[in-house]
Ligand binder design. Structure first.
Ligand SMILES: [Zn+2]
Length: 469
């Protein structure tokens, strides 16, 4: 079985083979930093992360690039309203984004590239398009892509050749365009707007050009996978293909992956609609980042995901079921022979997990295989048919699936010296020396280790706040 992906370009499921054997090069459209990203935005970023993690799990090396759009019309609008410098305006939003990404265990991408740090690369790409006559200048110093020079335009979005859909909205300053469909590569200088000097003159980049310039700089002129939300297919990704391929004469991207929207009562979550939830608000309601991550990856990326009252409740139950099972396996002790049938169960689960993920990243199928295994392992723990070594092997298998899912916390570590105290306490209890046992429990609590006595012996939990004396 090999990985099969639904390629928007050609609208079919294809077997995935990277251009360079063993190495996958992937680009994901990132955030525009004029406010905090909402959970719908993170669904898109998590598609890139999930693909990267699964490709790595499957043995590929992955170079993953994401951009940060830190100059565009909306940012400039806020800039003019706020009377602050561009960097000052975007810095807190970028910091917020990095924290959210970290909390949700996204990436980090191999390269996280900012538009304002790649103006020369964009200008040089535009210069090539001018040379090849795929672009033209207007009186105000702007530069547009000439769509009539590129017959393949519309290949991704499947536009009719007459081009009944119009790309950019026609702003007052765009009237110099030869054709209403042509899109801005570069915008001439205007009072009150940030501009950069460049080989093509003074101005600022249009939005689409940044993704072509930065992806090709980091990944080469042709690369394997490009991801983004379905709303980016047209015009953004269509324009990326046109300007990249017109400049290089080579195929830009082999596989285009697009995730469906997050919807709230049937309406797409979007800032302009005002129906958004932000990660911080989800955490305020008592859910962990791992639970939000689970909620956002558990629905297949191509299916619209309903963001409802039950979404986070289901995610909480699932993450807790997984982590309880792993904790039970990692603290399980039983002296007995290994169970010869355990490895077979682990192998079957692994095959099913892989088959589901290979089928166009079918996470729900993969989760089905995982939870089936967890049910089986819980039964084995309850009936104490596993040896200590079996339990550790089973825990490692579940943690291996979690390299893709990334919803479990790190295994609990005992602080130094705690194991000796636990052993001493176990001996004290066997000898019915309860005074010593209680004293040792207090000593462990002071180290942040909570001990509980069960019929199978003591169980510990680490990572709590060390008790005050
Ligand atoms: Zn983009």
């Amino acid at each position: 079985m090999t990985l099969r992906l639904t390629n928007t370009l050609g609208a079919k499921v294809e077997e995935f083979t990277p251009i360079e054997p063993g190495h996958v090069r992937m680009y994901s459209c990132g955030p525009t930093v004029y406010g905090p990203a909402h959970v719908g935005n993170f669904r898109a970023f998590l598609l890139g992360d999930l693909a990267r993690r699964y490709l790595e799990w499957s043995g590929f090396r992955v170079t993953w690039v994401m951009n940060i759009t830190d100059v565009d019309d909306r940012i400039i609008r806020d800039l003019q309203a706020g009377g602050v410098a561009l960097d000052e305006l975007t810095a807190p939003h970028i910091a917020r984004f990095m924290t959210d990404m970290d909390d949700l265990r996204v990436g980090p991408p191999t390269h996280l590239t900012r538009a304002t740090e790649h103006i020369p690369e964009m200008a040089s790409l535009i210069a090539t398009l001018l040379e090849k006559d795929h672009a033209y200048r207007t009186d105000d110093g702007s530069i547009f892509f000439r769509i009539s020079s590129w017959p393949a335009y519309g290949m991704l979005a499947k536009l009719d050749p007459q081009g009944s859909r119009v790309g950019d909205r026609v702003a007052a300053d765009d009237y110099g365009k030869e054709n209403v469909r042509d899109f801005a590569l570069w915008k001439g200088p205007k009072p009150g707007e940030p501009t950069w000097p460049s080989e093509i003159g003074e101005g600022r980049p249009g939005w689409h050009i940044e993704c072509s310039a930065m992806s090709m700089k980091c990944l080469g002129q042709s690369f394997d996978i490009h991801t983004g939300g379905v709303d980016l297919i047209f015009p953004h990704h269509e324009n990326e293909i046109a300007q990249s391929e017109a400049a290089t004469g080579k195929p830009f991207v082999n596989v285009w992956l697009h995730n469906a929207h997050l919807v709230l009562s049937g309406v797409k979550m979007a800032r302009r609609v005002g129906n958004i939830s932000r990660p911080a608000e989800v955490y305020e309601d008592g859910y962990s980042p791992a639970m939000l991550r689970y909620a956002l990856i558990a629905t297949h990326y191509r299916a619209p995901m309903e963001w409802g009252d039950e979404t986070m409740g289901h995610a909480r139950a699932a993450v807790e079921r997984l982590s309880t099972a792993v904790t039970a396996l990692e603290s399980y002790e039983q002296e007995k022979d290994d169970d010869p049938r355990l490895d077979e169960a682990l192998e079957v689960a692994r095959d099913e997990f892989r088959a589901a993920m290979d089928d166009d990243l079918n996470v729900s199928g993969a989760l089905g295989a995982l939870f089936e295994l967890v049910r089986d392992l819980n039964r084995r723990v309850d009936s104490r048919t596993l040896s200590t070594a079996d339990a550790r092997r089973a825990a490692a298998a579940v943690r291996d699936f979690d390299r893709v899912l990334a919803v479990l916390d790190e295994p609990q570590q005992l602080p130094e010296g705690a194991q000796a105290l636990l052993d001493e306490r176990a001996a004290a209890r066997t000898g019915r020396d309860f005074a010593a046992s209680d004293r040792l429990r207090d000593e462990l609590a002071a180290m942040g280790v909570t001990v509980e006595d069960t019929r199978d012996g003591q169980r510990w939990r680490a990572g709590g706040r060390p008790a005050d004396d």
